[in-house]
Design a binder for this molecule. Structure first.
Ligand SMILES: [Mn+2]
Length: 457
């Protein structure tokens, strides 16, 4: 048994880190969107690295939460999963950005769930564990440097424990936290979801360590059919209790998508990433060398996103682009239809520049680029109820997108040149367009690198 509970470990690390002013410490950071995978992976890797007795790693390591305290409660699924893992007072137990002394001396960073840090010069990236597209950095400083496909980064972190020398026993609460991240990211290892073999093996192994009584009381399902602890991880796939994992994933998902009470601004910032894009030479002349692009993932259909009163939504959205200095904002929706089928939409808003009021080249490059990307299978939508493409379209009933039949309003003949698509509720200062995304497996993980390819230099 580990000497400490997860909660005690986290409190201890935070206290010591602050007492040392970070001197000699490694700071583990998840990505800025702050999802459960980032939170669990950073806590898991901080534990692992603190206890590892092999290689040249080990010692003082602390997880830094990627979001400010004020954003913490926007992720109800995080709060719930941490609660389940015995972390009841997260602001006492977790190091948040506000806790960091401005002149702290922690210069070594470990990146989990992303592989490109926004941090500046005085820092060194000493480890990377991630499942996003490899941006090719830190080959000279990071060890380990693990970047490979997985449904959840937490599975890659778990694999470190699995291959450990035995010195890194895992506390039940941490096993539960990592399992929660895998469950929500893979929809409980469902077929057709994002689970890969590494996720199945990690989940099977973690199930051998979670506290069955505690987990059962939370989901109403028993999680243990047999103990996979002693078995070869590659052989333990059959031991994963799918019923229990699915119950866990459903509970977390319903927490995650219970966002109807959130304001537009909160919806935009709760799962948000921003990118600095260096434009290709052909776009530079019109739009300047570098632009800011924001991508917000919103777990609601656009019809619900707009429902709280269109003018309020429009104002909050354009204010967000101003606040963040954005040229392009993408709102990527993800939700499930009444028949429980995955659905995705994209809303793109491009701010017109004063120097090039039509922003023709950039807008065309963006819309032609995403439109032409076969892997997304985008269908333009008129979305007339909310003021898009009003001309010549009075049906207004296509926006429900929930009928489980393929809608035909977006046939190729409907496509207009990008320069003509400024008939939107966002007014003359913006050009906006709405799509239904038929390939529901493509997430921001695919969309962000795509933007770099179509706009980048
Ligand atoms: Mn992730």
């Amino acid at each position: 048994m580990p000497a400490f509970t997860l909660s005690q470990f986290l409190r201890g690390q935070k206290t010591q880190f602050l007492r040392d002013y970070g001197d000699g410490w490694t700071i583990v950071m998840g990505n800025e969107a702050g999802d459960l995978d980032s939170v669990a992976s950073s806590i898991g890797y901080a534990w692992y690295r603190s206890h590892a007795e092999t290689q040249n790693i080990g010692g003082k390591t602390v997880a830094l939460m990627p979001m400010p305290r004020s954003d913490f409660s926007l992720r109800a699924e995080n709060v719930y999963a941490l609660e389940m893992a015995g972390v009841h007072e997260p602001f006492d137990e977790l190091l948040c950005p506000e806790d960091l002394p401005p002149d702290h001396k922690g210069t070594d960073y470990a990146l989990v769930d992303h592989n490109n840090s926004h941090n500046s010069s005085n820092t060194r990236v000493v480890a990377v564990i991630d499942h996003h597209e490899d941006e090719g950095k830190y080959h000279d400083t990071a060890s380990p440097r693990i970047i490979e496909p997985a449904g959840s980064c937490a599975s890659l972190v778990t694999r470190l424990f699995m291959s450990g020398s035995g010195h890194t026993s895992i506390p039940p609460d941490l096993a539960g936290l990592l399992l929660s991240a895998i469950a929500i990211d893979t929809r409980g290892l469902r077929e057709g979801g994002k689970a890969l073999e590494v996720d199945r093996a990690a989940a099977a192994w973690l199930l051998g360590y979670v506290d069955p009584m505690k987990q059962t009381s939370l989901t109403g399902e028993s999680c243990v059919t047999q103990t996979p602890k002693e078995t070869d991880p590659s052989m333990s796939r059959e031991t994963v209790d799918h019923t229990w994992l699915r119950a866990l994933s459903d509970t977390l998902s319903s927490k995650k998508s219970a966002v109807s009470h959130l304001s537009t601004r909160d919806l935009l910032r709760r799962d948000y990433k921003q990118y600095t894009l260096e434009l290709s030479p052909s776009l530079k002349q019109e739009s300047g060398g570098v632009i800011q692009v924001g991508l917000a993932t919103v777990p609601l259909p656009l019809s619900a996103f707009f429902k709280s009163g269109s003018a309020v939504v429009i104002n909050a959205t354009t204010s967000w682009t101003e606040e963040r200095g954005l040229t392009i904002l993408g709102v990527l929706t993800t939700y499930r239809s009444k028949k429980d089928k995955g659905r995705r939409e994209q809303l793109w808003i491009v701010k017109k520049s004063k120097d090039a009021p039509q922003q023709q080249t950039l807008t065309r490059a963006l819309f032609d680029g995403v439109d032409g990307e076969a892997s997304l299978e985008l269908k333009p939508r008129r979305f007339s109820r909310y003021g898009f493409g009003k001309k010549g379209d009075a049906t207004g009933n296509e926006e429900d997108g929930d009928d489980d039949t393929s809608s035909h309003e977006g046939s190729a003949t409907d496509k207009q040149p990008a320069s003509a698509v400024n008939d939107s509720p966002f007014g003359d200062a913006f050009i906006a367009r709405v799509y239904q995304q038929k390939n529901t497996h493509a997430t921001r993980k695919q969309v962000a690198p795509l933007l770099k390819r179509i706009l980048g230099g």
